[in-house]
Design a binder for this molecule. Structure first.
Ligand SMILES: [Zn+2]
Length: 121
């Protein structure tokens, strides 16, 4: 038995916990800051050993608002900025940004169509 190793392992684990936690928190804080009112609370996920392994911030994905496409565009831009805010976006972050870009494109198309209708009115 070697009792001397136990505190060393514990310190290593504490260091790992701290490093992971800080990395994850920095990433999620970037999402939250850029997401403003559309972003939810930061959630840090831990494994069975209590080591932080991931995190997330929920974001409100805009839906196409035919009465106010500009509002949809503004919200989509916020979601895109929020998804791409961390220096290390994840695959899921890219997916969220792509989804928001699709909604934004639909809103721009609708806005252009509405403008054309206005010209003929
Ligand atoms: Zn992320």
């Amino acid at each position: 038995m070697n009792f001397m190793n136990i505190p060393a392992i514990r310190n290593q684990q504490q260091a790992l916990i701290k490093r992971n936690f800080n990395e994850i928190l920095t990433h999620e804080q970037a999402h939250k800051r850029a997401g403003g009112a559309l972003a939810g609370a930061i959630v840090i996920e831990r494994n069975a050993q209590g080591i932080p392994v991931g995190g997330h911030v929920s974001i409100k994905m805009p839906t196409l608002n035919p009465k106010n496409p500009q509002h949809t565009i503004d919200n989509a831009n916020t979601v895109i900025n929020s998804a791409m805010a961390p220096s290390d976006p994840s695959k899921q972050d890219y997916r969220v940004a792509a989804q928001a870009k699709t909604v934004k494109r639909q809103a721009i198309n609708l806005q252009n169509k509405q403008k054309r209708i206005d010209y003929y009115a």
